[in-house]
Design a protein around this ligand. Structure first.
Ligand code: MN
Ligand code: MN
Length: 478
């Protein structure tokens, strides 16, 4: 079977629309580098399009009817959006799902220490990373510090051009003979991924003497960690936080800098966090743009996929099921049985990134069954590893239905597996929704150097995914 290149199918108008979408996507990536930042962006965009917080509707004793739009947020890290369709919800919804967490380095609860004249923040990496990729590159710090009185301090340092950045050091090549003999998985150890945050000792001044901190004994003791003290002083003055407040903080270290066009032809986007914000952004855009659907349209953007969809904000949480029950209560359809019927009759595109064919590592892929950058939206009948283990294997009847509506909608798509059989594998949120007995298929966008600090996608694939999701919300019905 011949696979056409998506770029060859566009007219001028489409190329213009593609560039416009790509610009918006890059902005989304720049503003949304953590799941919390993504939820803020999503909620703001939804409210601008007339979506209301479901909690407000409940408090006001309101109800929902065809065409109404609501969203629900779980702990500022996951969000579900609904646009009520013409038909009863018990007949099923069309659901777009994707995740908004990405691999990164998380700051530990007691992170501060000083060594060799440097102040450090200790980290624990999140998700699957090749640790050696995270050294000697500029890093930014994003997140929240929640103080005991409940106030939240937002932190975002390293993204503006005049912001300082942080980094993890690496051994100079001149002395790396032994290091370079190590396996790539060991060359940089997890505990070696601490970020350097300062190198200038705190200078005791007259003020401190007046405060009683200047007495000689204390000065001698503190002088040992004078650089760390200097950093803590800055944090106190900037954010009003103490070292102890880091006990209740969620701070994420991510690559510093903006999403960029890649290639002389500007055909690609190079950016951090495209797994899976490329699917989250395109799903959101489709959800916001879709008008009048016969089935209720739903968009579910969740946290914690990279570590197994665990916790209250991960896909395994009851958050989604509970929210569906609340929505059905507001449409006047609620019963335990109707909620089950709704979920079982739904169709879902569980979107996540797919590995793009990389000619440099050709042997890692089956060339017939791999996604190509620029080949259009991707469908994975199954994911998993070692004989499809851990996979959601989509039903052939469902795949046939998807083929039909996508062909009718003139969407460029390709089918793929992650890589060569028995080489590795991965999972998504698909199998969790499939537990309700609904039709679920893995879909999404191809990514080159997935999980690296900078990942690459094709603008054409971003455009096709957004178009495809709209067709799905309008036409899927099985
Ligand atoms: Mn993913
Ligand atoms: Mn991933």
């Amino acid at each position: 079977m011949e696979q056409k290149n998506t770029w060859e199918t566009y007219n001028e108008q489409q190329l213009e629309a593609l560039e416009e979408l790509a610009s918006e996507y890059k902005e989304f990536l720049d503003e949304g580098k953590t799941e919390r930042e993504c939820v803020d962006l999503i909620v703001n965009a939804a409210e601008q399009k007339g979506y209301r917080d479901i909690q407000t509707v409940i408090k006001e004793g309101g109800s929902l009817k065809t065409g109404d739009k609501v969203y629900a947020v779980c702990m500022n890290k996951s969000v579900a959006m609904f646009r009520i369709g013409a038909r009863p919800m018990a007949e099923g919804m069309n659901i777009l799902g994707a995740h908004i967490d990405s691999p990164r380095l998380d700051i530990k609860q007691k992170p501060f220490y000083e060594d060799g004249g440097f102040a450090y923040l200790d980290t624990h990496y999140y998700g699957g990373v090749k640790k050696y990729q995270w050294v000697a590159i500029p890093l930014a710090l994003h997140g929240v510090i929640v103080k005991k009185d409940g106030t939240t301090v937002e932190v975002n340092v390293g993204e503006n051009e005049d912001d300082p950045v942080f980094f993890v050091s690496d051994l100079l090549i001149h002395l790396a003979q032994e290091q370079l003999e190590k396996k790539a998985s060991k060359v940089i150890e997890g505990e070696a991924l601490d970020i350097i945050v300062g190198n200038k000792p705190f200078i005791w001044g007259k003020d401190d003497e007046e405060k009683g901190e200047g007495d000689k004994k204390k000065k001698k003791k503190n002088a040992k960690e004078a650089v760390k003290k200097g950093i803590l002083e800055i944090l106190k003055n900037t954010y009003g936080v103490e070292e102890e407040d880091f006990l209740s903080a969620e701070l994420e270290v991510v690559p510093a800098g903006k999403a960029r066009d890649a290639g002389f032809d500007r055909s690609m986007i190079l950016a951090y966090g495209q797994d899976d914000r490329v699917c989250a952004f395109t799903s959101l855009k489709a959800m916001l743009d879709v008008e009048e659907t016969s089935r209720t349209a739903c968009c579910l953007l969740v946290d914690k996929e990279e570590i197994g969809s665990v916790g209250a904000t991960g896909m395994q949480s009851r958050f989604f099921e509970n929210t569906v029950a609340e929505v059905m209560n507001l449409t006047g359809e609620y019963s335990e049985l109707n909620v089950r019927r709704c979920l079982a009759s739904s169709c879902m595109l569980s979107s996540d990134v797919s590995s793009a064919y990389d000619p440099t590592y050709a042997a890692s892929f089956d060339k017939k069954n791999v996604a190509y950058l620029g080949g259009g939206m991707v469908f994975n009948k199954f994911t998993g590893s070692r004989g499809k283990s851990g996979s959601n294997d989509a039903n052939a009847e469902y795949l046939a239905h998807i083929r039909r509506i996508f062909d009718e909608g003139k969407i460029n798509f390709q089918t793929a597996e992650l890589g060569r059989v028995d080489l590795g594998g991965g999972g998504t949120i698909a199998y969790i929704l499939a537990l309700y007995g609904m039709n679920v298929i893995d879909s999404g966008v191809a990514v080159l150097n997935m999980h690296a600090p900078w990942e690459a996608t094709s603008k054409a694939d971003v455009y096709e995914a957004k178009r495809g999701y709209e067709v799905f919300l309008k036409e899927a019905d099985l």
